[in-house]
Design a protein around this ligand. Structure first.
Ligand code: UD1
Ligand code: CA
Length: 424
């Protein structure tokens, strides 16, 4: 079964206002590129195909998008030169092939929801042959956007760009969000009718809606209740604003699953973090993509968990502790001022304040292992690779060099640490 829907994402533009070498759609929001977020929203339509129109930084955008979106067939079409949004769709058209409808959106609108896209498609399906639907919103500050021009009886007539609008048209407060659903059957003919005789000398995708309405085909504006969904990102201030909204959506999802997030305003959780129920996340905590936290854990305040950090049920990490590619077993604790890199800690171990796993010798990273119920004294430095067996103990300030070979249950103290005889 196919949905009959093909998605085209326009992402060829330079994004000049970002003042960045990085292609605009690759700027990140909570551990995922803008393009990644947009692609995910379109997946709700179960599209037969997704075509991304690229241009500036084409190779980079393609590689990043492929890496980020797995299991979906994403195709890329290069638009060079970039002669406008209508031209971008024209360049993509031969790749569209068979479809019933084509949904077009822009790569710089990461807040757009799958639900809004679904209602757009519904509206297009309800029109007869050649129907078009477009997402619009009524806003307080329409400046800069294309405006929806309606006739006396409120039916859609056309979209006029800010730069082409007559003074009375600039008063219109219904804006074009840049998200469209076109009938496939009429698209090629309509694209051939686009002209660039406008203020920007560009081929506007927006004119396709006016062309359809002029032919007497149905054009349905779907008015969004929540216009903030359509916030585009054109500069770094807008990126930060949108990041906050993406972050709240992620945190709300975790809270709905029973995770206590004490202070959302100071909690940074990337896309793709797993957290079990009844875990408490205290303020000023940063959890990067790929982190996995079990149930009944305590994280923070001021904790940084990086990629590959895993907490088993009931584990606790606290103030100024950083973990990277490390596992803390069930009920184990690393509550103060510690670094765990490439370290596997068993169950119910205690990692004392200020413990450092020195995993990097300047050339390579090395692993360490800590057994169940081990007790690492405050300020211990463990030079990796190393192993602290089950129920072993280190004294405060011990430095375990690589040559240390601790036995199970032994206590080691000193600098460099040596075996303490007799055992405590
Ligand atoms: C566009 C709409 C405007 C709408 C606004 C919503 C047109 C003509 N106007 O204006 O009605 O209110 O979005 O944000 O479409 N792009 C290409 N190739 C090109 C040009 C653009 O791929 O040749 C891509 C850009 O990368 C970007 C998107 O299309 O992702 C939108 O282009 P942009 O120039 O930002 O359009 P706006 O002026 O914002
Ligand atoms: Ca834009």
């Amino acid at each position: 079964m196919t949905s009959g829907t093909t998605v085209v994402l326009l992402a060829a533009g330079k994004g000049t206002r970002m003042k960045s070498e990085r292609p605009k759609v690759l700027h990140e929001l909570c551990g995922r590129s803008m393009l990644g977020w947009v692609i995910e929203a379109t997946l709700g339509l179960e599209p037969d195909r997704i075509i991304v129109v690229i241009g500036h930084g084409a190779a980079e955008v393609e590689a990043a998008a492929r890496a980020e979106v797995s299991g979906v067939d994403v195709e890329f079409v290069v638009q060079e030169p970039q002669l406008g949004t209508g031209h971008a769709l024209k360049v993509a058209a031969p790749a569209i092939g068979d479809a019933e409808r084509v949904v077009v959106t822009y790569g710089d609108m990461p807040l757009l929801s799958a639900e809004s896209l679904a209602s757009l498609v519904e509206a297009q399906k309800n029109g007869a042959g050649g129907a078009v639907s477009i997402l619009t919103a009524v806003v307080d500050q329409p400046f800069g956007y294309g405006r929806i021009v309606r006739g006396e009886d409120q039916t859609f007539e056309r979209i006029v760009e800010q730069k082409d609008a007559a003074p009375h048209e600039r008063l219109i407060d219904e804006i074009n969000l840049g998200v469209y659903c076109f009938a496939r059957e009429t698209l090629d003919d309509d694209l051939a009718r686009l002209r660039d005789d406008n203020a920007q000398g560009e081929f506007y995708i927006t004119d396709l809606a006016g062309i359809a309405a002029g032919d007497g085909r149905r054009v349905t504006p779907v008015v969004l209740d929540d216009a903030s969904e359509a916030q585009g990102v054109n500069d770094l201030a807008q990126l930060a604003d949108v990041r906050w909204q993406v972050q709240m959506r992620i945190l709300e999802q975790h809270m709905a699953n029973g995770v206590r997030i004490v202070d959302p305003a100071t909690t940074f959780v990337d896309h793709g973090v797993e957290i079990g129920g009844d875990t408490e996340i205290l303020p000023c905590t940063v959890l990067r993509g790929g982190v996995r936290i079990g149930s009944g854990c305590e994280v923070g305040p001021f904790t940084h968990l990086r990629t590959g950090a895993v907490l088993e049920d009931g584990a606790q990490v606290g103030n100024f502790t950083e973990m990277k590619n490390s596992r803390l077993g069930a009920g184990s604790k690393a509550k103060h001022l510690s670094y765990l890199g490439d370290t596997v800690v068993g169950a119910r171990a205690n990692i004392g304040a200020g413990t450092i796993f020195a995993n990097y010798d300047g050339k390579a990273k090395h692993p360490s292992v800590v057994g169940d119920r081990a007790f690492i004294g405050s300020g211990t430095i463990i030079v990796a690779p190393n192993e602290i067996p089950a129920e072993a103990t280190t004294g405060a300030g011990a430095v375990l060099t690589r040559s240390a070979k601790m036995g199970e249950g032994e206590t080691w103290v000193g600098l460099p640490a040596r075996r303490l005889d007799p055992p405590r």
